[in-house]
Design a binder for this molecule. Structure first.
Ligand code: DLL
Length: 437
């Protein structure tokens, strides 16, 4: 553990610390143009800050966009040391500001995350998250340095060169998206075949994968192909970037949320009312130590459930509560002909067929009758495929999800490979018939 004094804090002490930090947060929010004035009625929250939280308003992505770029910054401009931004694929980007103190906390939580994954001082980390405004590259980078690792800052792309670097520099750890980890595995296989096959597995022992949804079936494939222990890392730019939560290598079961810095709630996305432990709802986070851009009850849009640590403490010794892996996003749920389905369900079913590769996407189109059609395109593994595979997969979708998805099995390498996060849902419903790809 990188910071056992915080990560294994007895829960009673943790609760006291959270109350104290929430009281300080109320003061800090007054310095934020967005929250100023809004918090006036909440002074009563001083006595029991955690209990009072559920009566306070949520903050949404739309609030951040409306206040773009500086409306949430609670410190003078000269105290802002760095800016990052979300990709903005769903609209205007969101700018996030950090003080020196924020950067130090961020490095600490990522160092904790890397240590939870198996990282140690002196290890080398191959960091293939994108560097730049995206928080993945620099976030993992500074956390690895904080832990005392040697960082290879390769960023994304140029997969063959990355494989060569892994062979030559022999890193212990890999940090990238799960989809890129599989691409590295494919390229390693191609390059091995080019040399006439054989060769030992790489030096990699663990992989810190996140920034996009993935499933247990995907983990099995990655671990088998790269010979690593793969753990799930979660985070979002608005709160800090990577390092909000991480699975530990001991259990690989649920992600510990670093609760001394990020206060979690899970609420029903429709009513905003708290969900009991074990029930899936929207993750809501309050920052407990952020200086430049403190956020109150931020609605992440990510669907998770909280596990109750009192029932079964984690073998790793961390006392911080765990959440399930992200089941999907509130806005990513597909509603096809009235049936709700998450992309993670589709992936789980596809990967139960060994002949299929973990490269897939759903293309939404509108049929002549005005009804939506979701066609699943999935790549086959190299080599022969069983007869009627597409029909068998479509049959499984019907049986398990109650949905008639047309299924197209594509040749290996046929689907596009975007740089950065995987694109699983392609919505072509608004496009004219002839303009479709
Ligand atoms: O993706 C931060 C990050 C970088 C996390 C590297 C992990 C590793 P954003 O670009 O702001 O930040 O995107 C945040 O990505 O709200 C989730 O919907 C999704 N996401 C992040 N991690 C996971 C994960 C980074 N482990 C958004 N599983 C979040 C599923 C994830 N979804």
């Amino acid at each position: 553990m990188f910071q056992p004094e915080w990560e294994a804090l007895p829960r009673g002490e943790l609760a006291r610390l959270q109350d104290e930090r929430l009281r300080r947060l109320w003061e800090r929010l007054d310095a934020s143009p967005f929250y100023r004035g809004r918090m006036a009625g909440s002074r009563a929250a001083r006595a029991e800050p955690r209990a009072a939280l559920s009566d306070l308003p949520f903050t949404t992505k739309a609030d951040l966009r409306d206040a773009y770029p500086w409306g949430f910054v609670a410190v003078p401009p000269e105290a802002v040391r760095r800016l990052h931004a979300s990709s903005g694929t769903r609209g205007k980007p969101t700018v996030v500001a950090y003080t020196d103190g924020d950067l130090a906390v961020w490095a600490d939580v990522v160092a904790r995350a890397l240590a939870a994954a198996g990282g140690q001082p002196g290890h080398r980390l191959h960091n293939a998250y994108g560097y730049g405004l995206f928080t993945g590259g620099l976030g993992l980078h500074q956390g690895a340095e904080r832990l005392g690792m040697t960082v290879v800052p390769v960023s994304g792309g140029a997969t063959r060169r990355q494989v060569t670097l892994i062979q030559d520099l022999k890193p212990h750890g890999l940090a990238c998206t799960p989809s890129f980890a599989l691409r590295l595995a494919d390229t390693m296989d191609d390059m091995r075949e080019g040399r006439g096959g054989g060769g030992s597995p790489s030096s990699l022992a663990y992989a810190v994968l996140g920034a996009e949804p993935w499933t247990e079936a995907m983990r099995d494939r990655i671990e088998a192909r790269l010979h690593v222990k793969a753990v799930d890392i979660y985070g979002l730019s608005e709160i800090v970037g990577p390092g909000v939560a991480i699975e530990c290598q001991e259990e690989q079961h649920g992600l510990h949320i670093f609760e001394d810095h990020f206060y979690p709630e899970v609420v029903d996305p429709k009513t905003g009312v708290a969900c009991p432990p074990g029930t899936v709802g929207e993750l809501v986070l309050t920052t407990l130590s952020k200086e430049a851009m403190p956020l109150l009850r931020y609605r992440t849009g990510d669907l998770v459930s909280l596990m109750d640590e009192a029932d079964r403490p984690c073998r790793c010794g961390r006392t911080h509560r765990r959440m399930s892996r992200v089941a999907g996003r509130v806005d990513d749920m597909l509603i096809v002909r009235g049936v709700n389905v998450f992309p993670s369900e589709i992936e789980r079913i596809l990967l139960s067929f060994p002949a299929l590769a973990p490269e897939w996407r759903v293309v939404l189109t509108r049929a002549g009758d005005g009804l939506d059609v979701a066609t699943v395109h999935v790549e086959q593994q190299a080599g022969a495929i069983p007869e009627n595979l597409a029909a068998a997969v479509a049959g499984r979708f019907r049986a398990e999800l109650g949905l008639s998805f047309p299924v197209v099995v594509e040749a290996p390498g046929a689907l596009p490979r975007p740089e950065g996060k995987a694109v699983r849902v392609v919505d072509q419903r608004g496009q004219a018939e002839g303009a479709r790809a």
